[in-house]
Design a protein around this ligand. Structure first.
Ligand code: HEC
Length: 211
């Protein structure tokens, strides 16, 4: 009995970790990762508010402060922008946004305007989430298949009409409706993009391109 229990313990002790590590390796392979879909929709076709986006790739933080926009910026005030990891890898390889790309824009208020580093705008509190998803299948009638969502405090959101969001993106954004002109992280990783300035940050640009 004791012997039996012991051998079971040994078996579990030696085989389980192997099995588990095997599972981890399979999950981490790039081929699988490229297929991962990060934009989740409910049965009604509403986008479910993503939860783990702070673990995605952070591409930039434009800020439209109240005191420079008559107290009423369209998106108050910092916009922390993230892209899902699979679409980031695709962008680095191709310079295009794959079908299924999702961006999350997390709004944060301006908090302090002074710190020990100087005067400026420092992030205060979270104030809302918006997102953009590209999908040929779901949004075949939308401009370039991009749909835009604003969450407020709700867990799901419906796609906005094109003239509410997409029209401005189409008219003004540099890369397939995405404002890459405001995201040096995206520009640095785009294949064939010439850096405007060498020097600071150049090392990481080469890194992003895998050089
Ligand atoms: C008048 C122009 C304009 C309108 C209308 C607009 N946006 Fe944007 N959007 C921008 C600009 C400029 C940026 C990038 C700089 C920034 O965040 O201020 C941006 C960035 C974004 C991003 C980050 C990814 C990207 O494309 O750069 C998301 C997500 C987004 N907007 C969602 C929305 C949603 C949802 C709506 C409609 C409710 C909307 N936008 C309406 C101008 C606009």
């Amino acid at each position: 009995m004791l012997k039996q229990r012991l051998s079971r313990k040994i078996l579990l002790g030696s085989v389980l970790p192997l099995l588990l590590s095997g599972m981890l390796v399979t999950q981490a392979t790039p081929a699988n990762a490229l297929d991962t879909v990060y934009a989740k929709f409910n049965k009604a076709g509403e986008l479910v508010r993503p939860v783990h986006y702070r673990e995605w790739i952070f591409v930039g933080s434009p800020v439209t402060p109240k005191d420079m926009n008559d107290g009423k910026p369209a998106f108050p005030e910092f916009h922390n922008v993230y892209i899902d990891p699979a679409s980031w890898r695709y962008w680095k390889r191709t310079g295009k946004f794959r079908d299924g790309t999702i961006f999350v824009l997390e709004m944060v208020s301006v908090g302090d305007k002074k710190s020990s580093s100087g005067n400026g705008y420092f992030q205060g509190e979270f104030s809302g989430v918006a997102a953009a998803v590209k999908s040929k299948k779901r949004f075949k009638d939308k401009i370039n298949n991009w749909a835009y969502f604003g969450f407020g405090d709700k867990p799901t959101a419906v796609a906005q009409a094109d003239d509410a969001c997409a029209a401005c993106h189409q008219a003004n954004a540099a890369d397939d409706m995405v404002f890459s002109q405001h995201y040096p992280v995206l520009r640095a990783a785009k294949p064939g993009e010439k850096p405007k300035r060498r020097g600071i940050g150049q090392g990481s640009m080469d890194l992003e391109r895998g050089q």
